[in-house]
Design a protein around this ligand. Sequence first.
Ligand SMILES: O=C(O)c1ccccc1NCC(=O)[C@H](O)[C@H](O)COP(=O)(O)O
Length: 205
Amino acid sequence: MTRLFVKICGISTRDAVAAGADSGADAIGFVFAPGSPRQVTAEQARSLMTELPSSIETVGVFRNQPIDTVLSTARSAGVTTVQLHGDEGDVEFDQLRAEGFGTIRAISIDDYRRLSFAGQLRPDDRLLIDAVTPGGGTAFDPSLLADAAPTGFWILAGGLTPQNVAELVRAGKPRGVDVSSGVEVSRGVKDPGLIHAFVDEARSA
Ligand SMILES: O=C(O)c1ccccc1NCC(=O)[C@H](O)[C@H](O)COP(=O)(O)O
């Protein structure tokens, strides 16, 4: 059986970094998108990353920012991977890969269905299928994937919690899961206990 990939997104404190590492998460996300309650600067992310073992993937999260800003922020933070949530296309993903970054293409369930039916998704892209509002803590109806099941590496996101993650993994069979709001005590504030509970529950599925 393939090991489930688990990403904790929107990390902004040392406690949350430590919980991500100790809980066995595979990846930690730092949000650089302006306006997010979880936004950190490149300097803050770089400082937080000093606590992480190098085996953990570090992901910079962006939305509709100029590619030069994405590249310079990702480089100065020192993240290994870039996750884009906006209207960016293949050109931007190819440029990021050419610059040595891993990539995650985040896409809402609505756009996923539209592009998938139109045959406009590249099979080699690592996809993160999310609710319509990223970081909003809202789940989408999993039956929306029934007639459009992803075939490659895909990560389920949107409204996941320690309570619902195992059931949703069993039902949807994603290769990975991503959580933000579901491991917070208040908007933008991560809870180390919830991070541990989430990773344990996800891996129990
Ligand atoms: O978290 C944000 O505020 C955010 C803002 C802009 C773009 C992306 C953002 N988060 C992306 C994530 O990877 C979230 O973990 C994902 O959307 C799931 O969020 P949630 O429903 O809160 O678990």
